[in-house]
Design a protein around this ligand. Structure first.
Ligand SMILES: [Zn+2]
Length: 215
């Protein structure tokens, strides 16, 4: 725990930066002066066919959640200029790694008060072998269960869901960025899942309001 605490102080500045570029789940697209039209932005990157996706849903097999805010969700949603999914996890529900990688960043001390100033709140970041990096946001205070530099397998529990950061209620915000250098909304990548059962777009994109069971 001590090492995690020290790591937290180390990444504090990084999170201050993130709070600027990430709009969070309820707060809109941040302070960008002229966000691109959602539809245009969403057409700039292609989805991977689900059977070829390196990602599994970020929760255990047999479990179902509704994805209630998805990619380029129009205002007043918080994802209008980015690719990200919100799942309706309840407080304390397990969040699992969607893909194997190495933990590069954690935050674990934010209260579960939905404070937008805390951006992603308690979170885990996992760097994948192709350089992409996944963010798991809004975990409950003290609920992160992995440490920086730890290697995790897909399906491994990273922590428990909560309501920390820019969050209007307990949920998981899942997002993947192109690399470990920029976490601007425009650097997010569209994601499909190899083990999702539910109604999807023809591309495999998850649809808002649909329930998805992890196989
Ligand atoms: Zn979100």
């Amino acid at each position: 725990m001590l090492s995690e605490t020290r790591a937290l102080f180390g990444i504090w500045i990084a999170f201050v930066g993130l709070s600027i570029v990430l709009g969070g789940c309820g707060g809109g697209g941040g302070s960008s002066p002229a966000p691109p039209p959602a539809a245009a932005f969403c057409d700039t990157k292609a989805f991977t066919v689900p059977v070829q996706s390196p990602y599994v849903l970020p929760y255990p097999p047999g479990v179902t959640y509704t994805m209630f805010q998805g990619n380029c969700s129009p205002p007043p949603g918080g994802h209008q200029t980015t690719f990200a999914y919100d799942f309706d996890h309840a407080m304390g529900d397990p969040i699992t790694a969607a893909r194997a990688g190495r933990v590069t960043l954690t935050a674990n001390d934010f209260p579960d008060d939905g404070n937008a100033a805390n951006a992603g709140g308690n979170s885990v970041w996992v760097l994948h072998d192709d350089g992409t990096i996944a963010a798991y946001f809004h975990m409950c205070q003290g609920c992160v269960m992995v440490a920086v530099n730890q290697d995790v397998m897909a399906g491994e529990i990273l922590g428990l869901a909560g309501n920390s950061g820019a969050s209007a209620g307990p949920h998981l915000h899942f997002q993947v960025f192109e690399d470990n250098t920029s976490f601007n909304n425009g650097d997010a990548v569209p994601i499909t899942f190899q083990n999702a059962t539910g109604t999807m777009a023809p591309t495999g994109e998850l649809l808002e309001g649909q329930a998805y069971m992890a196989n």
